[in-house]
Design a protein around this ligand. Structure first.
Ligand code: GLP
Length: 241
């Protein structure tokens, strides 16, 4: 595990943007795994600038996102589809048939999970997966208690996750209770992983992830077993180490 300490959120975002951009330029990353949430917003802003300033062609790049809410259509303003459109895809103009997220409103989420898992395998697996971390140590939407060998599945969100994500919804009661998420087994097969964390709210989860006992009760602790993990975190997120 490589830990890169950043001064603050902006510094973390710039370091992460450079980390990803360098690998895109070198052609090391053909399949890029993406994450949502508040943490990667600053990274995406800077990555857009790097890509557009250098006119980097993305014609061969595929992206796969970690998760999507069950019950929201791709067009729903709170869906992760729309988040990705707004925060990254539209500004870099990547071919949309090469950007992949699970669909939340197919009516048959089990079949959708199988399709998504097969898609990742058909693309040849993930070269670099970006992750955030939940306050309870979740990765993707794999909540405490998730199996370390899990594949893409429909999951129930923990009450604390529903509460944490309610800030993005005008009506708290509209926060979905379920999501489709890549499994921990799927995530762990990524050839490289980059995890970002910022702020003191994440300090406890980050401490457990880095030096805690490896346990399914804290999903991110599984990352200690990954052979190519980089953590870019700011001082506050690293403050309990
Ligand atoms: C969300 C997402 C995760 C994200 C995490 C932290 O529920 N499914 O992929 O890493 O929670 O979010 P934030 O970055 O907003 O703190």
């Amino acid at each position: 595990m490589k830990i890169i300490k950043a001064e603050n959120y902006n510094d973390m975002s710039e370091k992460a943007a450079q980390f990803i951009f360098e690998r895109l330029i070198r052609g090391d990353v053909k399949v890029l795994g993406l994450a949502t949430g508040g943490t990667p917003v600053g990274l995406y802003k800077r990555l857009i600038k790097h890509i557009n300033d250098k006119n980097l062609s993305l014609s061969a790049l595929h992206t796969v996102n970690l998760d999507e809410y069950v019950g929201l259509s791709d067009e729903d303003p709170n869906s992760y589809h729309q988040y990705m459109e707004d925060e990254l895809f539209r500004p870099i103009n990547i071919p949309r048939d090469q950007t992949h997220l699970p669909h939340g409103d197919t009516g048959d989420s089990e079949a959708e999970c199988k399709r998504y898992e097969r898609l990742i395998q058909d693309l040849g697996g993930i070269d670099l997966q970006l992750l955030g971390i939940g306050q309870n140590g979740h990765i993707g939407f794999n909540e405490p208690g998730s199996s370390f060998s899990g594949r893409t599945a429909v999951v129930d969100l923990a009450p604390s996750t529903i509460e944490a994500n309610a800030r993005y919804f005008t009506d708290k009661n509209k926060v979905p209770r379920k999501a489709i998420t890549m499994g921990i087994g799927t995530i762990m097969e990524s050839r490289s992983i980059l995890l970002l964390a910022s702020g003191k709210d994440k300090a406890e989860a980050v401490k457990k992830m880095i030096e805690g006992e490896i346990t399914e009760q804290t999903p991110a602790t599984v990352l200690q077993n990954h052979s190519d993990l980089t953590v870019i975190a700011d001082k506050e997120a690293l403050s309990q180490l």
